[in-house]
Ligand binder design. Structure first.
Ligand SMILES: [Zn+2]
Length: 67
């Protein structure tokens, strides 16, 4: 998966993300699927993806072993 453009709805392990279309930043506290950008509009958000700033990005493995 491209950490620079992770599509909406992808499962990630948490971390900090930046909207590739408008630059909005958000923090995901725990592993979940990426929501659409809160400022999403079809005409302003052609990429529909987030850039992963911290964390692993996608979540093939458990980021919190032992939990
Ligand atoms: Zn956005």
């Amino acid at each position: 998966m491209d950490k620079n453009c992770i599509p909406y709805g992808s499962d990630v392990s948490g971390g900090r993300f930046k909207c590739q279309d408008c630059g909005h930043e958000m923090v995901m506290a725990s592993a979940s699927s990426l929501p659409p950008c809160p400022f999403y509009k079809e005409d302003t958000h052609p990429k529909k993806c987030w850039k992963n700033l911290t964390g692993r990005g996608d979540a093939p493995e458990d980021p919190y072993p032992g939990k």
